[in-house]
Each structure stands twice: as C-alpha cells, then as structure tokens.
Design a protein around this ligand. Structure first.
Ligand SMILES: Nc1ncnc2c1ncn2[C@@H]1O[C@H](COP(=O)(O)OP(=O)(O)OP(=O)(O)O)[C@@H](O)[C@H]1O
Ligand SMILES: [Mg+2]
Length: 468
C-alpha cells in the first residue's frame, strides 16, 4: 500500500522539524511555511492529514482552513493552536477541521490524533470505493439486452435518469423493474444519496402510511418515540415505490399530495416537512386498467406516469435469452468460484424456445442452480428441470388464451415470432430462404419482422449458430 502523507503548515521551523522527527519514519512528511505554500502543497501532494497552525502571521488560520478544505475535501485537517486560542479551534471544527491540538503538544496525544485522522481518511476512501462499485454494479451498462425494445428502454433510462420526473415501470414479475429503478438512481446526480425501497404489497394500509411518512411520539398507542418515514430517509435521493398497485386508496391520496407539494406531515404531527425526493414507482399490474375499474386513483396514475417504462416479458424478446444465458453463466461461475458451465446445443435450443413465465429471474435462478448443482462441465437436456424439458412449452400459452389471461392477438404474434425466428435460424439468417421456408415473400417477411420487432443484429446470428 502507498505510504500515507502528512503536511505540516507552520511558520516556526522548530515545529516543522519536530513533526518530521515524530512522523518521518511512518509517513511521507511535507512542509509549508505560509498559507500560499500550504495551498500549493495540498494540491500537489493531496496529503491524507494536514497539521495547520492557526496563528501564522499575515494570514487568518480559519481562512486558510476554508481554502484547504475547498482544494482537497478528503484531507483531514488537525489545527495546531496555542492554548489561548482554543476558542478559535472550536470554530475551526465547525468550519470542517477534523480535530485540534494545543501547543506545546504532547507527542503521544498528537500521535493518537494523527492516527485517528488517518483511520478516518482510510474509511472514507473505502466508502468512496464501495460507493463507486455499487454505482457500477447498478449502472445501465450492466443490464443485459440487445433486443430493439430493450435498446429503446436503455435510451429512455439514460435520458430521464438525470431529470426529476416521476417514472412508472411496469412489467411482469422478474422482468427487471427494480434493476431499472436502480439504474435511474445511479445514473443521476442523486447517486450518492439514498435509494430507498418501499414494498407496498408487503405492508397493510395503516402500516404503509407510517412507513412512508413516519410518526410523532404518542401519535397512537404504541408510538413510544418519533419514527422517521421513508419519504424523509430518501431526502435528496430516490424513493422506489414497488408494487404500487397494491396500495390502498386512502394512502394513495396522501401520497399524491406529498408528491405534488413535496411536503408531508408525520402521523400525529402538525409540522409540514419539506423534502426533495425523486419518485420511481413499479407495478406488475396494469395501473391504467386498475384506475378505470376504480382500484387505483386516476390522478395518482397520471402523476406517476409522467415517464412510463413498460418492460416486456422475456418471451417477447427472445433475442435476449441467449445473451442472458451467457451473462449468467459467467456471473454465477464467478460468484460461486467454480468453472464456467457450458450448455449443449440441445439445451440452448430448448431454453430459447421456453416460455419463461418467471422471466429473467427464472432464467437467472436456473443458471445458478445448474452452476452449483451440476458437476460436469457441459449441461445436457437431462440436467434441465422437468417443466422445461417437457417438449414445447406451448400448452401454457394456449391455456392462457383460453383462460382469458392473454389476448389472442398477443399469443398469435408470439407464435408467429417464434416461427420466423426458427426459420431465420435454420437458414443461417438468409431472409430470402427463410421466406421461402415459410411460404411467403421476402417483402412480407421483412414487414412482419419489423412489426414484431425482430432485430437483424449479430446476437441473433450468433444464437442461430449455436442452436443450428
Ligand atoms: N436485463 C437484465 N439483465 C441482467 N439481469 C437482469 C435483467 N433483468 C432482470 N435481471 C435480474 O433478474 C432478477 C429480477 O429482477 P428484478 O428484481 O429487477 O425484477 P422485478 O421486475 O422487480 O420483479 P418482481 O416484480 O418480482 O419484483 C434480478 O436478480 C435482476 O438482477
Ligand atoms: Mg421487484
């Protein structure tokens, strides 16, 4: 590890020399005699710890402190003061000094304080690193997808991330709603502020309210002390309201008011609290329909739906399946410290044709299970779970239509999509040959591809190769 450095700023040669004597062995020690020199050294050397004399002639120690802090906010400043200026030292702490010691200083005490400042600096560097790591992990570049729909979604996410507009994300379970919500947060200026999740389905109505807005001591029987709500916790950051379709109507009213005015009252409180929060909501139910049927406030729906991001189920973007398989094979091998598994061509074929009712989460879990449980390197058909192995998983989709849970048009589109993809794969992506195979013209095929959003990109060609 790089040796930490310390800068001593003092006009007295004696002081600088003794600091060098005390710390010269364990730290790189730099010296400055004046305020100007101090600022220059701070910028050049970015020392972890700065010992700053408060009483240098010609300059105001507090002013120097301010400038040093501005030039190098991560440096921990310890003020050196004469006994009679301890009062100034107090205001120095308020201006952002980490600590102060009085001159003449006790060597052990000074050592201890410098050690503490170094520890603080190490911790904040570690925190900064973790923060960056989390930001990268949830960055949009880690969301996998090459299909046209997903590309459009990525575009929307990067456009609106920086705005404050509320966003409504809809999609079946496991399509990546929370992932998109995090990408919105970590792609914004708010990334270093909290990302707070409230799952509206997990709590009954009366609890949701206190969860969101908090309460004052004595607001109800068991309110022994004040509780801060999630609205307040998310101040400066993003509040993610998951499963918002499950929220009861009375709470919806209060939520709407809080979003519109950016103020809220704690339960049992009279004080209006101002907050700056970006709202992202998600639902796996169709809120617009729910609103028409009276199960959701229409005004809240419009307020949330300023930007809408509908995430398509995986079976409607089969081009992404291959990419996701590849991605999770890598990730799960790394996470579990085992060799990366390989999928046989039959397995890939089967997985590309499967309907994935649990969407990306189901695919991720499957690959995780296979990575951990299967000891041989190549995964074969018999390693797959029964429901996937069981031939064409089509019945589910016919039944869904007959049960009324899926419109016929959608099912027909899906059927057609699959046939076209298969034909394209079979013919090595030659559209003329694929059209012939399907008994239609190339022009009609292209028209249908466009309409069904079948992309003509490399991933498809690659997946055609793998599944023959
Ligand atoms: N496009 C994607 N790329 C990589 N991983 C994904 C993608 N979509 C989803 N995932 C992963 O799938 C899992 C489920 O995603 P997520 O929790 O965001 O779904 P959800 O829509 O919120 O589901 P639910 O409605 O059940 O809460 C997560 O582990 C997530 O990391
Ligand atoms: Mg979710």
């Amino acid at each position: 590890m790089k040796q930490a450095s310390l800068l001593v700023v003092d006009d007295e040669t004696g002081v600088r020399e003794s600091i060098r004597l005390i710390f010269g062995k364990s730290l790189r020690v730099h010296e400055a005699r004046s305020s100007e020199e101090a600022l220059r050294k701070v910028q050049e050397e970015t020392p972890e710890v700065i010992l700053l004399d408060i009483m240098m002639p010609g300059t105001d120690g507090l002013e120097t402190l301010k400038q040093v802090r501005a030039a190098h906010p991560d440096g921990q400043v310890i003020m050196l003061t004469a006994l009679n200026t301890a009062r100034t030292a107090f205001s120095a702490k308020e201006t952002g000094a980490f600590d102060y010691v009085t001159k003449p200083f006790d060597v052990d005490e000074l050592r201890l304080r410098v050690e503490r400042a170094l520890e603080k600096s190490r911790l904040s560097q570690e925190l900064e690193r973790l923060r960056e790591e989390v930001g990268r992990k949830y960055g949009i570049e880690n969301i996998v997808g090459k299909s046209k729909v997903m590309m459009e979604i990525f575009k929307t996410v990067s456009l609106v991330a920086k705005r404050k507009s509320t966003v409504l994300i809809t999609g079946e379970s496991g399509t990546g709603k929370e992932l998109i919500a995090r990408a919105l947060h970590f792609g914004s200026e708010r990334r270093n502020k909290p990302f707070v999740v409230v799952n509206c389905a997990a709590l009954p109505d009366n609890l949701i309210e206190s969860e969101l807005f908090g309460y004052e001591k004595g607001a109800f029987t068991n309110a022994y002390q004040r509780k801060i709500g999630q609205f307040e916790s998310a101040h400066g950051g993003t509040l993610f309201l998951d499963e918002i379709g499950e929220m009861g109507l009375p709470v919806q009213g209060k939520l709407l008011r809080a979003i519109e005015t950016e103020t809220f009252n704690r339960l049992g409180g009279t004080e209006e609290n101002k907050v700056d929060v970006r709202i992202v909501a998600a639902s796996n139910r169709e809120l617009e329909k729910l609103a028409k049927d009276g199960g959701f406030r229409a005004d809240l729906f419009y307020r949330l739906n300023v930007v809408s991001i509908p995430l398509p189920p995986l079976r409607e973007r089969r081009e992404d399946i291959h990419l996701l398989l590849h991605h999770f094979l890598q990730v799960k091998a790394r996470e579990n410290a085992v060799a990366e598994r390989r999928l046989s061509a039959e397995v890939v074929d089967k997985l590309l044709g499967y309907s994935w009712p649990g969407n990306v989460r189901e695919l991720e879990n499957l690959i995780e299970r296979l990575t951990i449980l299967i000891c041989h390197e190549a995964i074969e058909l018999e390693d797959l779970p029964e429901e996937i192995r069981r031939g064409e998983s089509r019945p589910a989709f016919k039944e869904a239509v007959l049960e009324g849970s899926r419109p016929l048009g959608e099912a027909v589109d899906e059927f057609e999509r699959e046939l076209i993809l298969k034909a394209l794969q079979k013919t090595g992506f030659n559209q003329t040959k694929a059209a012939f195979l399907l008994g239609t013209s190339r022009r009609v095929l292209r028209y249908r591809m466009e309409k069904l959003q079948i992309a003509e990109d490399t991933e498809l060609i690659e997946c055609a190769k793998v599944s023959r």
